[in-house]
Structure formats: C-alpha cells, structure tokens
Design a protein around this ligand. Structure first.
Ligand SMILES: [Zn+2]
Length: 625
C-alpha cells in the first residue's frame, strides 16, 4: 500500500511501559541541574541510536511527569508547570493526557506527533497522504477504533500497523492483539487527522455496514404494503445494494451521533448529507450525485410513499429494527430544483424515558412541576418556540404518570414519541380531525389525563379548560416567549379570566442550550461588566465559581455534547390568580412571580453558567428576546 510504514519499521517487542518511555537520557532530572533554567545554554541532548531531538531542553523538568508529558516537556513543547496541570486535569477528568493536551491547545497535533515519533523512535505517517479506501477494512472492529482512536493502516503477514496518536496507551495494543490475533505495530499519526479520518470513515459510503450493525439490522417493511409500483422497472433502483447499504449506514451513524434529523440534499452539481446534532446541522458526507434518485426511491419505498410521485411533498414513516430495539423515523420529501430533498427525523422515544433529572430542572423547579402534575385535575402548560424541547418535557411528565390505573390520551400534529400505554392520535385536518375534535372525543372515552399537542385557537382552549375544570389533568403547549405572557395570550385568545384562573395550575417556559463537554471545557475570563450586563449581580462575584468556555475534543462537537433545558416554572398562586382576574398585564404577573422566587429564563440560564454546565454565550443567545 502507498505510504506504508516500512521506511523505519518499528522495532519488535516494544510492548512494555519501560520500553515506551523515551530512550536517550532515562533519568532526566539528573541531567537537569546543568544550567537548565538558562534558556540560552541548554544542555546537549543526544540519544545514541536516534536522530537528535530538534528542540531544546527549555524548562525545568519535573520528576513526577511521565510518558507523553515528560517527552513534551523534554522537547521544549510544553512548560513543565503546564504539563503538571494537564496531568492533573487528565486524571480528574479520567481522560488520557494526550486528549487533555490537545484539548488545551497548548501543543499542536503536528508537534505532538513529531515529538512522540522522535522520542519513541516510532515511524510517523501523514494520514492526509493515505487513501482510506486502501486501508485494511474490518481488521479492527469499528467500535474499538472509535473507542481507542486508532486506525488499521496496513497488514503484512501477521503484523498489523496501527495508526494512533498516543503510543503510550498500552491497553489498546493488548486489546487489538487479542481481538485480531495479529502483532500490532505502532505508527504515530497526527491527532487531528486521525479524528477526521475516523469520523469520515464512520460516514463513508464505501465502508460496509456489517462491522457496525452486525446482522441485526432490518427495515420493518410490511409485505402487504408493497405497492404496484414496486414491481415496476424502478424496483431495480430501490434494491440497488450500495444505495441500500449507504442509507442503512447513514441511519446507524445518525443514531450513534445522537442526531435528531438527517438531511439528504441534492444540488446542481453535488449531493450532500447533513445531520442535526445538538441543534446544529453539520455536513457528514457528499455521496456521488448519481445516487440521488435511487436513494430517494429507496427511502420512499421503505416509508411507504409513492415513488413515482416526485413533484409534490410527501410525508411518511419508517421503522428500523436495531438489535432488540426498534426506532421510528418520520420522513418528509420536498421537490427542490435539483431533485427531492429528504429529511428524516429520528423519533426517539427513549428521550422521554430518561427521567426528569436528565432535563436540567433545578431542584425547586422540579418540585414545583411534579407537585402540579400530581394534582388530580387542572391544566399544566409548557411554552416556548419550536425546538425548545416542549414535547420531551411533556412526555417525561406523561411517562411519570403512565400507570396501569390511568387512561392517558394525546392528540398531536404529529406524535413524535411513542409510549406504550398511551393512546396517541395524530390530527388529520383533511378528515376533519383537528385538536378540538379529538379533544371532544377524548372526553367521551373516560379519560384521566389528556395531552393536547398545541392550543392555538379559542375552541381548543375552551374545551381544554372545560376538561381541566371537570376532573381531568390536561397538558398542552403554547407558542409564547415566557410563562407570564402565556396567561395574557390566553386572555387575548378570548378565554375568560375566571376560566384561566380556575384551571391553570402551572406554566413552564423553556429553551434548550448546549451542554459543555466535561472532557475539554476550560475556565473563561469575562470582563466584570459583561457578566453584570448578562444579569449577574455584585453578590455573585464571591469567588465560589467561574464561567467555562467551549473548546472541542474527540468526544464532542465544538466543545459541546448534548443539551439541557433552561426553565421558568411558574405555579399559579392565589396572588397570580388575583392578577389574572383583574386582567393584569404580563409585566404585573412577572413582577409577582419574581417576588415568589420564580427565576426567569435568563436567570435560570445564569444558574447553569455558574454551575459550569453551559456557556454564557449559549444562555445569551437562547434568552435574548
Ligand atoms: Zn470535548
């Protein structure tokens, strides 16, 4: 294979910790006293059998340092103090020193690779010059490669050349040896190029799916649903094996990346696949444009859409069996200038089963919310813009209340989360089944708990309130900016103040912000004025906390991993009821809420900044209205 690491093949038998430390001067501190703090006269450093290290001994060496840390300090790439700090950080965060040092940005991936290569006399390979297609496939399990951040470069007899950024990781060699029954040989590669290769390898169309999903992977297509068109000539297209594998691979990758949506986008000269992860779209791959029609046909067949119809948008669903788990997808097609754009939404019902603690409620907010939903009747409203996690919050509550003794019904447009034991209805405007019609039917079905996807008109509001007043727990959402405005919104819809005051128990407003990656986040410095302007007060600066910034590492996207909610949880107390009855303004309600210790969304976000859970930027952009 091209660029195979044969030039200076690694020496056999370098498999123990002793042998992985630098040769050359073994006991660095012994040499150090000869003017090592004088930058102009560094001591000579030569290793008898290796080319000289290009850099100089520039900083005091700490005997406590070992492995990579010592090599970097030794090579003058990292001050000893910084190395010590990073060693400590890595230990605290339970990550490797290599990940810590790269995340800190204090040593570039190229410098790290060069330093390790000369210190350990291991070959260095530029991954950028390698053709990934020609690397051995499926020799090392894909999961193992991702977990240990290594890649199989080439194989010769029973020797396997393994590219990695941290050759001091002895565990990985043992694991690979065991898994492959081959003799692994380290080749140093640059950390960033390796990460890029690993993430694109996992999205590459050429790679076979088997290594990731095993044989447990199957679309659930009911045979009786096969439409006549499937027997037409287009059948050849939809059964095209590379396209089938590519789609399966994209879906599995999306699930593994915790994506919420997949976008398949045709343009005039290229085709693009993007995933939405933690609320942000990112490009995953650009498959050949020639596959666009085959791919859209394939997706349409398994989601039971009309594959001959390419001029109008269509909506469908599909189900994927993934081992014992099955995952639902909602599919939507849109005719664009250069072909059909297809968006696949992953309907992950596990999100509702994570429990309320995964959503990011502060203790008092959680207690107030639970107190309201455990009441026998009344109305609980969740408010916020699209994509603020309202559905997950409501379903988490429904999941808590979902007991054999209660009848729960939901009407949604459409249902995004499936929970066994809950009667879910999709609105169907064409058939006249809108929110209010469904609500009326629910009331004839002996309900205990009713969830209405959204209250957007007076008729729905009136029926929902009537249900809440007559012994049912009603949950719903509204599109408003914050909790106090929800009450005035209902008034503006024409709901009588008395009806609001006597039915609504609690309103929560929410936003989603990205969660800082625990692995790589770093303390941030902000001018005091900026923090004050954001809403902190002088008393907050007691030195007990510091804000953090996003950095970025192998475990996250741009320094963030996952999301959490900011909440304004407003219980409707007697004092607030009085303001509603007097038709007070949202401002009056907000003022009273503040007196009662209800945090607004911004304040709630600042609590998360104090806790080092998210960044000030995230909170400001989520709460800037
Ligand atoms: Zn990270």
């Amino acid at each position: 294979m091209p660029g195979a690491p044969t030039g200076h093949a690694p020496v056999h038998g370098r498999r123990t910790r002793e042998k992985l430390t630098p040769r050359g001067p073994p006991a660095l501190p012994v040499r150090a006293p000869h003017g090592w703090h004088n930058r102009r006269t560094p001591p000579p450093f030569r290793r008898p059998t290796q080319p000289p290290v290009e850099t100089t001994l520039a900083e005091p060496l700490q005997s406590a340092l070992s492995g990579v840390a010592r090599m970097l300090v030794h090579a003058g790439k990292l001050p000893a103090k910084a190395a010590e700090d990073l060693v400590k950080q890595a230990r605290e965060k339970k990550i490797s020193f290599v990940n810590a040092v790269i995340a800190s940005g204090q040593v570039s991936p190229a410098d790290l690779a060069h330093t390790l290569s000369s210190a350990l006399a291991l070959p260095l390979l530029d991954l950028g010059a390698m053709d990934p297609q020609r690397m051995p496939q499926n020799v090392i399990d894909a999961k193992l490669m991702q977990q240990y951040q290594v890649v199989a470069l080439s194989r010769r007899g029973n020797r396997l050349f393994v590219g990695g950024a941290d050759p001091t990781d002895l565990e990985v060699i043992e694991r690979i040896k065991f898994a492959t029954q081959l003799q692994p040989e380290w080749v140093i590669v640059e950390h960033d190029k390796l990460s890029k290769l690993l993430s694109s390898a996992s999205a590459s169309a050429a790679e076979t799916l088997e290594s990731i999903a095993g044989g447990d992977f199957d679309f659930d297509i009911a045979e009786e649903d096969a439409t006549p068109q499937q027997e037409s000539a287009e059948l050849a297209d939809v059964e095209d094996a590379p396209v089938v594998r590519f789609l399966q691979k994209m879906l599995v990758d999306a699930i593994n990346l915790r994506a919420s949506d997949l976008h398949f986008e045709p343009y005039e000269f290229h085709y693009r696949v993007r995933f939405r992860v933690d609320g942000e779209l990112r490009e995953i791959t650009q498959p050949p444009i020639a596959i666009k029609d085959k791919l859209s046909s394939r997706i349409k067949v398994i989601s039971r859409l009309d594959i001959a119809e390419r001029r109008v948008p269509q909506d469908g669903r599909m189900k994927l069996k993934f081992g014992a788990k099955s995952i639902d997808f909602r599919v939507s097609t849109l005719p664009t200038l250069f072909g059909e754009k297809i968006v696949i939404r992953i309907l992950d019902s596990s999100s509702a089963k994570l429990g309320i603690d995964a959503l990011g409620y502060e203790k008092i907010e959680k207690e107030r919310l639970l107190a309201a939903i455990y009441r026998p009747y009344g109305m609980v409203l969740v408010t916020g813009p699209t994509g603020s996690g309202k559905t997950v919050s409501l379903y988490t509550c429904l999941n808590i209340l979902n007991q054999p003794g209660v009848n729960i019904s939901t009407v949604e447009d459409p249902a995004e989360i499936n929970l066994p034991g809950i009667n879910q209805v999709n609105v169907n405007d064409k058939a006249g089944l809108n929110f209010s019609a469904a609500l009326k039917s629910f009331l004839r079905q002996d309900p205990d708990i009713i969830m209405v996807g959204e209250i957007r008109d007076l008729e729905t509001a009136d029926i929902a309130i009537k249900a809440a007043q007559t012994g049912h727990m009603v949950m719903s959402t509204l599109h408003t900016n914050d909790a106090p405005k929800t009450l005035t919104r209902l008034l503006n819809m024409g709901v009588a103040p008395f009806n609001i005051a006597s039915s609504v128990l609690l309103i929560t407003a929410q936003r989603l912000v990205r969660r800082l990656c625990e692995n790589c986040k770093q303390p941030a410095e902000y001018p005091r004025e900026a923090l004050l302007k954001a809403g902190f007060v002088e008393e907050d600066f007691d030195g007990s906390w510091k804000p953090y910034r996003a950095v970025g590492c192998n475990n996250c996207t741009n320094g963030y991993r996952g999301r959490l909610g900011l909440y304004q949880v407003l219980p409707i107390t007697e004092a607030i009821q009085r303001i509603i009855l007097a038709e007070g303004t949202a401002m009056d309600i907000a003022e009273q809420a503040k007196k009662e210790g209800v945090r607004d969304l911004r304040q709630s976000g600042l609590v998360k900044v104090r806790g080092g859970i998210t960044t000030l930027e995230e909170v400001l952009s989520a709460t800037n209205e």
